[in-house]
Structures are given as structure tokens and as C-alpha cells.
Design a protein around this ligand. Structure first.
Ligand SMILES: C[S@@+](CC[C@H](N)C(=O)[O-])C[C@H]1O[C@@H](n2cnc3c(N)ncnc32)[C@H](O)[C@@H]1O
Ligand SMILES: [Zn+2]
Length: 381
């Protein structure tokens, strides 16, 4: 539904009315003035609603949500309006015009739990970084990279709470600017067909390393990715951090072999070619199976895109699978044959005694513990 109010438009996202500048809807690139709103990020906000709702369902502490870079408040408004029994939502942004729009949207939805703050994000989060002030969910959704704000985000999150971040510096995470990637995320990517998984692991690696410095451990709960963003949801645990899950992805461009390793290795164990290393990055799990299951159970309580369920079902299947995935095209082009169907591929691998599942990160991707040389042998027969 869209109604014009001068140069503002009232849209409904989920179950929430949001006032947005008309340019955000009508222009190709959403303008930053008077306030930024990206209608294409709806799926990303839908996942947040399901994830936050699932998290609070099993959480005993304060139900407080800090939206550090709220823009015109799309996520904060939705959390306050669509999730039951929220105690307090605080939407913060440095842009006063965005905050003025939130005030109007608060009235439109008749909300009582949403407060507004105009501050630089780290100053805002530092107000909530002391005992008894911390929030159970902290959201960091900046333009570009979240790395500048990770420390402040962790400090403002309660023990057992959730820190969620978005990254949109895709060129950096995809390997176009290796130095910038190392500077921001501590590690470097390798260009592969599963570059989106490497990007997510670089982001999680950075959060884990920063957390370890603060004597905090992280546990990834869920991650999602679309063309224009990467989003991670991690649990913040107030116990000495460790770097057990920091390592490398070894990738052989010659034979397609990939391997997770804690040490720097320079030779492929399948074809003995010189290999490339992505990392240091997160080599542990990307998804918490129980949490993904509880997200799925939350879907009927919300008004979210149908795609959410499809993605979550795949996350559930892949939650305990090995890191990295293969694509059907990759295998077909190596074997110089037409690609097999995804379900047949997975079935064949399973029948040969290997683990295999689809992946939410690529419609033609599959995970397996079968190595590339074995996969080719299986598909030759
Ligand atoms: C990508 S937008 C946020 C979008 C919003 N979360 C949503 O879902 O629609 C980033 C926002 O960060 C704000 N911003 C950028 N740097 C900031 C800073 N250092 N402190 C506070 N706000 C900042 C911008 O004004 C902008 O509204
Ligand atoms: Zn090799």
C-alpha cells in the first residue's frame, strides 16, 4: 500500500507503516537525503524480525533492542510493532531528518516502546555499555563495512545477547581491494564460486578476533546474504574468547580442492599444485541448528517474505555440514558434461556414504565432505 504525503510516501513493510521519502521508492539508488531507506533490504529486515522474535522467545533477561544506525527507523519500528512484549527499542542515528521521520511513523503505528536518540553510533552504544544497561539485541546496519563499530556493538550487548551486523562493502569482501580487506577484516579472500561464504567467514572472523580482545566469545547463530548485503547474527558470551575457530580456507585453482586448515599450507593435498589461502577467517559453524529451527517456528507469527522459509529450510540442512560448497556448474565444467540436478547430486553423494546438503548461499550449491577427486569419480560412474 502506498499513499503520497507531499514528498513522503507511507509504505507498509511487514505489519508496520513506515514514512519514507518518495525518492527512496522512485529512484534507482535510494538517496541519503533527507533520509536513507532501501526498499530492497526488506528481506534482510524480515529475517531480523524472525531472528529477534525467536531469540527473545527463549530469553529471560531484558527485552531491549538498540538500533545503532536506524536511518528512518524501518527495523526499529518493525521490532517495536511486530514483536510481542518488547520492553524498549531505541533508534539512534546521526541524521536529525531521519529521526523526524521516525517520530511521525511512531505516531502512525501508535507505538509506546520506541525511543529516539540523535548521536554518533559509538557514543550512543557506549551509554549502554555498563552493567545493567546493556541491551539483549544490538543492531549495526551502516553504509559499507561494520568493522568500525564492532567493538562498541559488543560492549553494549548483554551476556547471552545477540549482536547483528550488516556489511555492504562487497568489492572489499570479494577480493577487489585485498589491502582494505586485511585492514578491515584482518584476513583476505580468494576469488572462488563460494565467495559469499568466504565473505561471511571474514566478517565473523573479524568479530571473533575483536571479541577475543575484549575477553568475549562469540557463537554464530544465523547469517544471510543477498546480492547487496551480508548479515550476521552472533551470540555474545561473557567468557574468555578464544581463536580456536580462526583459520584458513585453502583453495586449489588447479583441481578445485578446498580444505579448512588452522595452519598456513602452500601445497594442494590432491594435485600438489601451489594453492591460495583465504583468511584468517572464521572456520566454525555459520548456523546454530536449534536457533534456525526456532526461527522457522516463528514464521507463522509474522508477515514476512515466502523466501524466508525456503532459505531457513536449507540453513537447517546445512547447519552441521562442512564449510565451503561446490556448485553444479563448477563440477560440470571440470568434467566437461552437462550439470546434474541438485537433488540427484546430493542423493548420489549420500548413497556413496558421504554427507551432503543444499546450501542457502547458492541455489545450485551443495555441501559435502567428499573431496573434489572423489566427487568426479562418483559422477563418472
Ligand atoms: C544503511 S543506513 C541504515 C538503514 C536502516 N537500518 C534501515 O534498515 O533502513 C545507515 C545510517 O547510518 C547513519 N550514520 C552513518 N554514520 C553514522 C554515525 N557515525 N553515527 C550515527 N549514525 C550514522 C546514516 O545517517 C544512515 O541513516
Ligand atoms: Zn589441487
Amino acid at each position: 500500500m502506498q499513499t503520497s504525503i507531499n514528498d513522503l510516501i507511507e509504505i507498509t513493510e511487514g505489519k508496520t507503516k513506515i514514512l519514507v521519502p518518495s525518492g527512496a521508492i522512485n529512484e534507482k539508488v535510494p538517496p541519503r537525503d533527507p533520509a536513507f531507506f532501501n526498499p530492497r533490504a526488506k528481506l534482510n529486515r524480515d529475517f531480523s524480525i524472525i531472528a529477534y522474535s525467536a531469540f527473545w522467545k527463549n530469553f529471560e533477561g531484558p527485552r531491549i533492542f538498540l538500533d545503532g544506525l536506524s536511518g528512518l527507523g524501518a527495523r526499529a519500528l518493525r521490532v517495536a510493532n511486530e514483536i510481542k512484549n518488547v520492553e524498549k527499542v531505541i533508534a539512534n542515528d546521526a541524521n536529525p531528518k531521519a529521526l523526524q521521520l521516525i517520530r511521525q511513523s511512531i505516531q502512525l503505528n501508535n507505538l509506546h516502546s520506541l525511543e529516539i536518540s540523535e548521536n554518533e553510533v559509538c557514543r550512543f552504544l557506549s551509554i549502554y555499555s555498563t552493567k545493567n544497561q546493556r541491551a539483549s539485541i544490538v543492531d549495526i546496519d551502516p553504509f559499507g563495512s561494520p568493522t568500525k563499530y564492532v567493538d562498541c556493538g559488543i560492549r553494549a550487548t548483554i551476556h547471552d545477547g545477540i549482536l547483528s551486523t550488516t556489511a555492504t562493502d562487497l568489492q572489499v569482501l570479494h577480493g577487489l581491494f585485498q589491502d582494505a580487506c586485511k585492514r578491515r577484516y584482518y584476513g583476505v579472500p580468494v576469488k572462488t564460486k563460494y565467495g559469499n561464504e568466504i565473505a561471511l567467514r571474514l566478517i565473523l572472523g573479524c568479530i571473533c578476533i575483536v571479541a577475543a580482545r575484549l575477553d568475549i566469545q562469540i557463537e554464530p547463530m544465523f547469517a544471510d546474504n543477498e546480492m547487496h548485503y551480508y548479515r550476521t547474527f552472533v551470540k555474545i558470551l561473557n567468557k574468555p574468547g578464544n581463536l580456536e575457530n580462526i583459520g584458513f580456507i585453502l583453495h586449489c585453482k588447479s583441481c578445485g580442492n578446498r580444505q579448512i586448515t588452522k595452519e598456513r599450507i602452500d601445497c594442494c593435498d590432491v594435485c600438489e599444485s601451489k594453492i591460495k589461502l583465504a583468511g584468517p577467517l572464521w572456520i566454525g559453524k555459520l548456523f546454530d541448528k536449534k536457533f534456525v529451527q526456532s526461527m522457522l517456528e516463528e514464521i507463522p507469527n509474522h508477515s514476512v517474505d515466502k523466501k524466508c522459509e525456503k532459505v531457513l529450510r536449507k540453513c537447517l540442512l546445512e547447519s552441521e555440514m562442512p564449510a565451503t560448497y561446490f556448485t553444479l556448474d563448477e563440477i560440470a565444467s571440470r568434467m566437461k558434461v552437462a550439470p546434474l540436478a541438485l537433488d540427484k547430486t546430493i542423493d548420489k553423494l549420500q548413497k556413496n556414504g558421504f554427507l551432503s546438503s543444499p546450501t542457502s548461499l547458492n541455489p545450485t550449491g551443495f555441501r559435502t565432505n567428499c573431496k573434489i577427486d572423489e566427487i568426479q569419480k562418483i559422477f563418472e560412474n
